[in-house]
Design a protein around this ligand. Structure first.
Ligand code: BMA
Length: 328
């Protein structure tokens, strides 16, 4: 039995595993939970991040509007399933040169110490990692970009390790990056990042081809008694383009650039019509996970075909056991 080290969340969205299901992760049977035209100006809402907030949940949502501008929007929910998302993008407070809008996408949200931090892929002469914080999901204060361009998938750990903040990221290029390794960087203050360490990259084709083009961290790592449980995306290049699936890894608790286990088999991939069809077909892209330390339940939020938002479930027991069993 594995354990989540964290808070209890009795109101975590949940559905039991369907009888006869052999997969480690199963979908909510009323997916997608957020449709593409959730509000009039929205073209698509996907790759988004949610956290427990007050007696319910708050989230930062990636919405591409009908001008297909990528931006971040706040939403609230009582149950984590039915969302009320603002149709006005988040306005960032901060230095004008940093808050200047080019594009913002693929947010992650995490509570650290006394506030919620948001990281996202931020257009600043090319993609890099933006960081902001909020206390109330009303006012957002944008900090310095974490890295030089080009970078994507900046994902913070929920606590300091060895006295330092830790962030995973994936150096990239200006386009649709046909490569990608995950690195870990540390910082004393969330402004200056260094001591970069390689975590892992694409897998050899003959071992795990679904993740042979690129990899990127998904939800913020989940602390467990086995190490940091990391859900990530892996990509293969096919004759019809990229296919995005999800995998899981367990990283060392004190030296999280050290990979203890990593799945050879994917844990979820595009199989449902809403995952296979949309603005970008064949994408399942996880950006958030809610956890309940009491029951070990995990609810994963993921973008489907760059169009809508889906919800899937697992438990720490299932996912850790699967990751160890099908590791390579
Ligand atoms: C990546 C990012 C994601 C997107 C994916 C598939 O490079 O842009 O936001 O889901 O491509 O299009």
């Amino acid at each position: 039995m594995s354990k989540i080290i964290g808070n209890s969340l009795p109101n975590i969205p949940w559905q039991d595993k369907p009888e006869g299901c052999e997969e480690p992760v199963w979908r909510y049977d009323r997916n997608p939970i957020i449709g593409r035209h959730h509000f009039f100006k929205a073209n698509s809402i996907f790759n988004s991040a949610v956290v427990p907030f007050k007696d319910g949940f708050a989230g930062v949502f990636r919405c591409d509007d009908k001008a297909v501008r990528m931006n971040l929007f706040v939403g609230f929910s009582k149950d984590g399933i039915n969302w009320n998302i603002s149709d006005t993008p988040i306005e960032m407070e901060g230095e004008a040169d940093v808050t200047r809008f080019e594009y913002r996408y693929d947010p992650r949200v995490i509570f650290i110490e006394d506030r919620y931090y948001i990281t996202w892929c931020n257009g600043y002469h090319g993609p890099t990692i933006g960081i902001a914080y909020t206390f109330d999901f009303k006012k957002f204060y944008q900090m310095e970009n974490a890295f030089l361009p080009y970078n994507r998938n900046g994902v913070l750990f929920p606590r300091k390790i060895g006295g330092k903040y830790m962030m995973l990221s994936r150096p990239s290029d200006t386009g649709h990056t046909p490569f990608g390794d995950i690195f870990l960087s540390e910082s004393p203050d969330l402004t200056y990042w260094g001591r970069h360490r390689h975590v892992f990259g694409p897998a050899p084709f003959d071992q795990s081809a679904w993740q042979c083009t690129k990899t990127g961290a998904g939800p913020c790592p989940i602390e467990t008694d086995e190490g940091w449980l990391l859900i990530y995306h892996g990509v293969i290049t096919t004759c019809n383009g990229y296919v995005y699936r999800m995998g899981a890894a367990i990283l060392d608790i004190d030296e999280p650039w050290k990979v203890k286990y990593r799945t050879q088999f994917y844990i979820l991939g595009p199989e449902m019509p809403y995952e296979q069809n949309g603005d970008v077909p064949n994408v399942t892209f996880p950006c958030a996970a809610l956890t309940d330390a009491d029951t070990g339940r995990i609810a994963i939020y993921y973008g489907c075909a760059d169009t809508v938002t889906g919800l899937a479930f697992t438990t720490v027991d299932e996912l850790v056991a699967y990751t160890k069993k099908y590791s390579f």
